[in-house]
Design a protein. Structure first.
Lengths: 471, 772
C-alpha cells in the first residue's frame, strides 16, 4: 500500500479554535466526535441525514467571500472535516447573549421538547447570514430539519421574523474567503483517509489500492456506515480535486464536475431547463444538497435515484477516467444492471455534460409519500421538441422506480415520434410503457401503482403542455 | 392573574436554543468508564431459542460482558400489568426481539460482539395480521362489551349498510430515542437517568429485576426529547438492562437505542380493524350502530387493554348513539408490543364513527357536515356508557363559530366552482368535531403530588410527579407556583423529576398531568401561604386574613414586605418552609362489568375545517388551509396550549396521510428507518393555519379554569382525511368513497380511479340504465 505517504493529524477549526486529531477512526462521524467532546447541542435523531437534529455549519466559499452552510454532522466522517471551519450551536451564544436566530426561535414558541431545536437554530442561522439574501428568512431553508412536536408553524414564524443579518463578527467572517482545502493523508486503526488534489493522483491511488473507496459528499456512504456497519480500509475524498469541482457553461453544453454539490450547481447554472428547476427542491433537503454531488448520485446507480431520470431526458453524457484513459457514454447506456454502471474498478467518474440548447418543453415529476425530502416511488424526467409543423421531433421519457435500473422508455418515445402530442398519442405511449416497465412492489408502493402512475405521468406531461400552450 | 394565563416561553426555551438543555444521553461523558450496550437481535418473527452461547462475543476486543437471563438476580420480567414481558425471552415473539445484551467499552465493540453471540433458533409459524389473529382466535383481551339500547333498530332503518375500515398504526418517532444510564451509588443502591414518562414504574421494574426493595432504586428524568406515549411503559426494559448491567459490572452502563433499533424494538400506535353495520333515518340521524374493534396488540399486553377501552369510549366521538353495540378485542400477533400513543385508542374509535357518518351522508345525498351536525350530543344527553356529557352545548357552539370564522359555506361554493373548472385537480373541504374524555380510565391513576421548597432568600424549588417531554408541563407548574406565591417566574425553579422527591407517581399521560400535578402544586403553595401569612401579619401588623401575596411582596392594605423577608422571618420563628401537595380527581368511577360509570372528569372539545387539493394524475395532495377552534378552558399557558394544538394536529395529519407502517410477508418491519417512514415535514403544514381558543370556556374544577389539551387536537386531523374523501368524491358521481387509513397518495390515486370509473360508467348509456 501507499505506505510512503506521510500521515498527519487531522486539523480543523472548531468554534474558532484549532483542533488536531490523531486517533479517531476514519469513520467516526463528526457528530459522535462533537458529542464525545461534550458538545452535546448537536443531537442524533436518525444518523441518516433525515432529521437535521445534528446540524452544524461549515464555512464554504461564496464568490470572493464565504457563507455558512448547514450540513448534517452525522453524515460527515471526521477526516472530511480536515481543513474546514466548523461552528456548532455552542458557539452562537458564546458571550451569553443569544443570536437573533436563537432569540426568534425562543420568542416564537419554536421549541417544545427542544431536541430538534439546536439543529433548527443552526439552519436558521445559516439562512440569516446567506449572502445576498433579502427580506425575511426563507422557511424552506429549514427543510432538512424535522420536528415531531411543534407542527412547524412557530418555527416558520421565527424564520419570517428574521431580517438582515446583524453587524458583528459573524458577518465580518463572511467577507473573508473560506479556508482552502488541501490534501489529507490520515491513518487510524489501520484504515486510511486520503484527499488527493488531481485526477491523476486519485487514479494512482485507485490503481495502487483496489480496496480504496471513493467518497464525494458522503451522503450515501455515511448512511451505509452508520446504519449497516460497513467499514472501509481506505477512503479517497474527491472534495479537493479541482477538475471535479468545475462547472462550465458553453454555447454547446453545460459540463458539471462530478464533485460539484447540488446547491452549487443551482447557484451556478444560469438558465437551466424547467425540469432541473423542478427537480432541485424535490431532491433531499437543503443541508443534503450542500454536500451531495451528481457524481455520487449517478454512481450509486440506484434505481430510485432522481439524478438519472432528469439527466437522461436531457440527453446527458457521462465522462469518466481510468487506466484506459478518458471515456464517455450517453447516460442512457450508462446503467448496465442493478446498481452497476459502465465504470470499471479503478475508474473515476469526472463529469456530466448536458447538450445545449435544452428541450422546448421539459418536466420532472417525483411521486412519493411525502411531498418533499422523500425517496421516489416513481420519478420521471420528460422532454419534448416539435418540428415546425407541430409534430414531435424528439421525445424523452425517462423513469426511476420502475425497473432494476433507471431507464429511458424508448418504445414509448418511438411510439410518439412524428405525431402530434394529443390524448391518443398519450394512450399509445402508455401502452408501450406497460410493455417496457418492470416495477416491483415494496413499502414505497405496489407494482400496480408504479406502472399506473408512470403511465399517468405521461398524461400529466401532455396536460401541462396543453395548459402552457393555452396560457 | 399575573403569571398564569400569560403567554410565556417554554420554561427551558433558552436551554433549547443554546443546546444547554440536557437529555439523558447528553450525560454520557460525565460517567468515566461507562459501558455501552447493544442487543443481540433475533432474525426470526417467532421462534424458540434453543441455545445461546455468549462466549465468542467475549473474544471480540472491547467486549466486557454479555447479559443473559442467568444474570438476573430478581425476576426477569418487565410487564407492567401481566408478567408477560421477559427481558431475555426464550420464545422470540417478534422480528428482531432482543434475546441478550452485550456490554462493551465502546458502542462499536458491543455491536461487533453482539454479532458474535451464537444463538440457535427453532422457527415457528407467526401471526402477522389482525385477520390472521381473528381466524386463530388469538387474543390478549376480549371480547369486551359496551352497549346501549337495542341495536337491532338498525334492521328497520331507512338506510342500512355495513363495512370495514383498516386503520394503520403510527411510529412515535420522538426525536430522542430510548435512553438510560445506570450506575451504583456508594451505598449499594442503583441510580438511573431515564428518558421515561413514568419514573415510578421504571423504579418498580428495576427493583423487580434486581430483586431489591424500591427504596434502593432512584430514577431521574431530566426531560425527554418527545415521548407521545411511547415512553409510558416501554422505557422500562431499557432502564432495566442498564441497571442490570451496572449491577453485574459495578460500572456505569448506557443503553441508548439508535433510531433503527428504536423502530425495530419499541411498540407503536395500535393498528385497528373496525367492522361495522349502521342504520340511519332518511334525514341522516343515527338509529343504531354495531361496531367490532380489533386492535393489533402485538406480542404482549402492555397498555392494550385500556387503549381498547378508550377506543370503545370514543366510538361516539361527539354524536349521540341511541343504540350501540360495541365489541372489542386485543389481537395477539408477532409484532412489537403496541402501546400508548397520544389519543390512546380514542383516535381509532373516532375515525370509525366518522367513516360511518360520511358514508351515510353520501348514500343519503346529504352534505356530510349536515349529517354530523344532526347527530351532535345536546345538553342533558348521556354517552353510551351512561355519563352525562358535561357542557355538551359547546359542540354546537364551536361548530357554528368555526363554520363562520372559516367561511365554510362560501368556500364550499368556491370549491365547487374550482372543481367544475379543473378536470384533473379537485379540492375538498370538511369540518369534523372532537370530544375527548379527560382522566385515566383506571381511576386510581388519577392522583398528583408535589413538593415545594422555599429557601430563606425567598427562592422556590418545585418538584412534582410529572415529567417534561415538550408538552410544557414544567412551564405550567412554574406559572401555577409563581402565580400562587405571588412571585416572578424566575423565582420558581422546576426540578428534574425524581422518584426520591415525589414517590408513587402516575405516568405523565392521559393529558391529565397539568390538572393533577397542577392541583397538587397549588395545594402545597396554599399550605405554605397559610403558614407564611401569620408571620407576615406580625411583620405588617395586620390581621392574618388581610395578607395577600403578589408582586414578589406580601402585602396588606397599609403596607408590604418583600416575600424574601417573610421567609427569613418564618425560618427564625421555626416555621417549616416546605410542603407536599396532593390531589385526587373527584367523582370518577367506571364498572367494566356493567359498562356504566363516569370515567371522565370532563370532556375537551374542538373542531377543525380543512381544505385539500388532490392531483388526480398521481394521487398526491396538498393541505391548503386548516382552521381550528379548541376548547382549552381558560388556558394557563396560551403559547404552550397553542403549541399542543398545532403539533397534535400535524401529528394526526401524519398518522392519517403519509405515516405508513409496512410489515413484509415475513413479519419484518419494512418501514424501519427515517428514510422509509416519513413524518410530516414542512410540506404537510397548511398554507393557512388558523388556531383559536373557545372564549369564555372556564372549566369548573380545572386548575385556574383550564382544560387538558395534550391529546385532543390530534383527532382534529380527521378533518384532513374527510377533506381528501370530499376531493376524491368530486372526481366521481357522488357515490361512496372509501380507502384504508392512512390515505397515502397510492390509496388516493386508486380511489380517484374508482370514482372516475363510476362516473364514466354512469355517463355511458348502458351504465345509466343499470343504475336505474
Ligand atoms: C436524507 C437523504 C435524502 C436523500 N434524498 C435523495 C433524493 O431525494 N434523491 C436521490 O436521488 N437521492 C437521494 N439521496 C441519496 C444520496 O444523497 C444521493 O444519491 C447523493 O447525490 C449522493 O452523492 P454523494 O456525493 O453524497 O455520494 P457519496 O456518498 O460520496 O458516494 C456515493 C457512491 O458513489 C461513489 N462515488 C462518488 N463519487 C464518485 C465518482 N466521482 N466516481 C466514482 N464513484 C463515485 C462512492 O464511492 C459511493 O459508492 C438521499 C440521501 C439521504 C441521506
Ligand atoms: S442525526 Fe438525523 S440528520 Fe443527522
Ligand atoms: S420540539 Fe420536539 S422535536 Fe421539535
Amino acid at each position: 500500500m501507499n505506505a510512503s505517504a506521510a500521515c498527519t493529524p487531522l486539523r480543523f477549526l472548531l468554534n474558532g479554535r484549532p483542533v488536531s486529531i490523531e486517533s479517531s477512526s476514519i469513520q467516526t462521524t463528526l457528530l459522535d466526535f462533537l458529542r464525545d467532546r461534550g458538545l452535546t447541542g448537536a443531537k442524533e435523531g436518525c444518523a441518516e441525514g433525515e432529521c437535521g437534529a445534528c446540524t452544524v455549519v461549515l464555512v464554504a466559499g461564496d464568490g470572493s467571500g464565504s457563507a455558512y452552510r448547514a450540513v448534517n454532522s452525522c453524515l460527515l466522517f471526521l477526516p472530511m472535516a480536515a481543513g474546514h471551519e466548523i461552528y456548532t450551536v455552542e458557539s452562537l451564544a458564546a458571550q451569553g447573549k443569544l443570536t437573533e436566530a436563537q432569540q426568534a426561535m425562543a420568542a416564537a414558541g419554536g421549541s417544545q421538547c427542544g431536541y430538534c431545536t439546536p439543529g433548527f437554530v443552526m439552519s436558521l442561522f445559516a439562512e440569516q447570514y446567506r449572502p445576498g439574501r433579502l427580506g425575511p428568512c426563507d422557511p424552506e431553508a429549514l427543510g432538512g430539519n424535522l420536528c415531531r412536536c411543534t407542527g412547524y408553524r412557530p418555527i416558520r414564524d421565527a424564520a419570517l421574523a428574521l431580517g438582515a443579518a446583524p453587524e458583528g463578527p459573524w458577518r465580518d467572517r463572511l467577507a473573508k474567503p473560506a479556508p482552502p482545502l488541501e490534501s489529507v493523508e490520515y491513518e487510524s486503526e489501520g484504515a486510511r483517509f486520503t484527499r488527493p488534489t488531481t485526477v491523476a493522483e486519485c487514479l494512482g491511488i485507485l490503481a495502487a489500492d483496489p480496496q480504496a473507496r471513493l467518497i464525494a459528499g458522503g451522503t450515501d456512504l455515511a448512511v451505509e456506515s452508520n446504519l449497516h456497519g460497513r467499514r472501509w480500509g481506505r477512503l479517497v475524498s474527491l472534495e479537493a480535486i479541482a477538475e471535479l469541482r468545475e462547472f462550465r457553461e458553453t454555447e454547446d453544453s453545460v459540463r458539471i464536475g462530478a464533485a460539484v454539490t447540488l446547491n452549487e450547481i443551482a447557484a451556478r447554472w444560469n438558465a437551466p431547463p424547467e425540469s432541473f428547476r423542478q427537480w432541485l427542491p424535490l431532491f433531499a433537503s437543503p443541508p443534503l444538497r450542500n454536500r451531495a454531488t451528481l457524481g455520487g448520485n449517478l454512481m450509486t446507480a440506484s434505481p430510485i435515484g432522481d439524478g438519472a431520470p432528469l439527466l437522461m431526458a436531457l440527453d446527458a453524457v457521462a465522462h469518466w477516467a481510468g487506466a484506459r484513459g478518458r471515456r464517455t457514454a450517453p447516460l442512457a447506456e450508462f446503467f448496465t444492471g442493478y446498481r452497476r454502471t459502465a465504470l470499471e474498478a479503478g475508474e473515476l467518474f469526472t463529469a456530466i455534460e448536458i447538450p445545449r440548447p435544452g428541450p422546448a418543453f421539459s418536466r420532472f415529476y417525483k411521486v412519493a409519500k411525502r411531498r418533499v425530502d422523500d425517496i421516489s416511488t416513481v420519478a420521471a424526467g420528460m422532454a419534448m421538441d416539435w418540428d415546425s409543423a407541430g409534430r414531435i421531433a424528439r421525445a424523452r421519457f425517462a423513469f426511476g422506480g420502475v425497473a432494476a435500473v433507471p431507464l429511458r422508455a424508448t418504445a414509448a418515445e418511438e411510439a410518439v415520434l412524428g405525431e402530434r402530442w394529443n390524448e391518443s398519442t398519450v394512450r399509445r405511449a402508455q401502452a408501450a410503457l406497460a410493455r417496457t416497465l418492470e416495477p416491483i412492489s415494496d413499502h414505497r408502493g405496489s407494482a400496480e401503482y408504479r406502472l399506473a402512475v408512470a403511465q399517468s405521468l405521461l398524461e400529466k406531461f401532455w396536460w401541462e403542455r396543453r395548459e402552457e400552450a393555452a396560457a | 392573574m399575573n403569571v398564569a394565563g400569560k403567554s410565556v416561553p417554554h420554561e427551558s426555551a433558552r436551554g433549547h436554543v443554546t443546546g444547554e438543555a440536557l437529555y439523558t444521553d447528553d450525560l454520557v461523558t460525565r460517567f468515566p468508564g461507562i459501558l455501552h450496550a447493544w442487543p443481540v437481535l433475533a432474525p426470526h418473527t417467532h421462534a424458540m431459542v434453543t441455545r445461546l452461547d455468549a462466549a465468542p462475543a467475549l473474544e471480540e476486543p472491547g467486549v466486557f460482558t454479555v447479559l443473559t437471563a442467568a444474570d438476573v438476580p430478581g425476576e426477569g420480567d418487565c410487564g407492567p400489568n401481566r408478567r408477560d414481558e421477559p427481558l431475555f425471552p426464550k420464545e422470540v415473539m417478534f422480528h428482531q426481539q432482543a434475546v441478550a445484551w452485550v456490554l462493551g467499552e465502546t458502542l462499536e465493540a458491543a455491536r461487533l460482539g453482539a454479532a458474535r453471540v451464537r444463538v440457535d433458533y427453532e422457527p415457528l409459524p407467526a401471526l402477522l395480521t389482525i385477520e390472521e389473529a381473528i381466524a386463530a382466535e388469538s387474543y390478549h383481551v376480549g371480547p369486551v362489551h359496551l352497549a346501549r339500547g337495542d341495536a337491532s333498530a338498525i334492521e328497520s332503518s331507512a338506510l342500512r349498510f355495513e363495512g370495514e375500515l383498516a386503520i394503520g398504526g403510527q411510529e412515535h418517532f420522538y426525536l430522542e430515542t430510548m435512553a438510560s444510564i445506570a450506575w451504583l451509588d456508594e451505598s449499594g443502591g442503583v441510580a438511573i437517568e431515564s428518558s421515561t414518562q413514568h419514573p415510578t414504574e421504571v423504579q418498580e421494574i428495576v427493583a423487580r429485576v434486581l430483586g431489591v426493595a424500591r427504596h434502593q432504586v432512584m430514577v431521574e428524568c431530566l426531560r425527554m426529547g418527545g415521548a407521545f406515549g411511547g415512553k409510558e411503559v416501554q422505557s422500562n426494559a431499557y432502564a432495566a438492562v442498564a441497571a442490570l448491567g451496572a449491577w453485574k459490572t459495578r460500572r456505569p452502563v448506557r443503553v441508548r437505542l439508535t433510531r433503527a433499533l428504536d423502530m425495530a424494538l419499541t411498540g407503536k400506535r395500535h393498528p385497528f380493524l373496525a367492522r361495522y353495520s349502521a342504520g340511519f333515518a332518511a334525514d341522516g340521524r343515527i338509529e343504531g350502530v354495531r361496531i367490532a374493534l380489533y386492535s393489533d396488540g402485538g406480542w404482549n399486553l402492555d397498555l392494550s387493554e385500556p387503549v381498547l377501552w378508550r377506543a370503545l369510549f370514543h366510538a361516539d366521538n361527539a354524536y349521540y348513539l341511541p343504540a350501540a353495540e360495541l365489541t372489542g378485542y386485543v389481537c395477539r400477533t408477532h409484532k412489537t408490543s403496541q402501546t400508548a400513543f397520544r389519543g390512546f385508542g380514542g383516535p381509532q374509535g373516532m375515525l370509525t364513527i366518522e367513516e360511518i357518518l360520511d358514508q351515510a351522508a353520501r348514500r343519503l345525498g346529504l352534505p356530510p357536515e349536515l349529517v354530523r351536525e344532526r347527530n351532535f350530543y345536546r345538553g342533558g344527553d348521556t354517552t353510551h356508557y351512561g355519563q352525562i356529557v358535561k357542557d355538551a352545548g359547546r359542540i354546537e357552539t364551536i361548530w357554528q363559530q368555526l363554520k363562520q370564522s372559516s367561511g365554510f359555506d362560501q368556500r364550499r361554493a368556491e370549491i365547487q366552482r374550482f372543481n367544475t373548472g379543473h378536470a384533473h385537480h379537485k379540492r375538498g373541504l370538511a369540518i369534523t368535531p372532537v370530544k375527548f374524555g379527560i382522566s385515566f380510565t383506571a381511576t386510581f391513576f388519577n392522583q398528583g403530588a408535589a413538593l415545594v421548597l422555599i429557601y430563606r432568600d425567598g427562592s422556590v424549588q418545585v418538584s412534582h410527579g410529572g415529567t417534561e417531554m415538550g408538552q410544557g408541563l414544567h412551564t405550567k407548574m412554574q406559572q401555577i407556583a409563581a402565580e400562587s406565591l405571588g412571585l416572578a417566574l424566575e423565582a420558581v425553579r422546576i426540578m428534574p423529576t425524581r422518584t426520591d422527591k415525589v414517590p408513587n407517581t402516575s405516568a405523565t399521560a392521559a393529558s391529565a398531568s397539568a390538572d393533577l400535578n397542577g392541583a397538587a402544586v397549588l395545594d402545597a403553595c396554599t399550605q405554605l401561604k397559610e403558614r407564611l401569612a401569620p408571620v407576615a401579619a406580625s411583620l405588617l401588623e395586620c390581621a392574618v386574613h388581610e395578607v395577600r401575596f403578589g408582586g414578589e411582596l406580601v402585602c396588606c392594605d397599609h403596607g408590604s414586605v418583600p416575600f424574601r423577608q417573610v421567609c427569613e422571618a418564618a425560618y427564625r420563628q421555626r416555621v417549616a418552609l416546605f410542603a407536599q401537595g396532593y390531589y385526587r380527581t373527584p367523582e370518577i368511577y367506571f364498572d367494566q362489568q356493567t359498562g356504566r360509570g363516569q370515567p371522565f372528569y370532563y370532556f375537551a372539545y374542538g373542531a377543525a375545517v380543512s381544505e385539500v387539493e388532490v392531483d388526480g394524475f398521481t394521487g398526491g395532495y396538498r393541505l391548503l388551509r386548516t382552521d381550528i377552534l379548541q376548547d382549552a378552558g381558560d388556558s394557563v399557558s396560551p403559547v404552550v396550549d397553542r403549541g399542543q394544538i398545532e403539533g397534535g394536529f400535524i401529528q394526526g395529519v401524519g398518522w392519517l396521510t403519509l405515516e405508513e407502517l409496512v410489515w413484509d410477508a415475513q413479519g419484518r418491519l419494512a418501514t424501519s428507518g427515517a428514510s422509509t417512514y416519513k413524518l410530516p415535514s414542512w410540506s404537510e403544514v397548511p398554507d393557512v393555519f388558523q388556531v383559536s381558543f373557545l372564549e369564555g370556556a372556564t372549566e369548573r374544577g380545572g386548575i385556574f379554569g383550564s382544560k387538558a389539551v395534550g391529546e385532543p387536537p390530534l383527532m382534529l386531523a380527521i378533518s384532513v382525511r374527510e377533506a381528501l374523501r370530499d376531493a376524491v368524491a368530486a372526481f366521481g358521481a357522488g357515490g361512496v368513497v372509501t380507502f384504508a387509513s392512512p390515505a397515502t397518495p397510492e390509496r388516493v390515486f386508486f380511489a380517484v380511479r374508482r370514482a372516475v370509473a363510476e362516473r364514466e360508467a354512469l355517463a355511458s348509456p348502458a351504465g345509466g340504465a343499470a343504475r336505474r
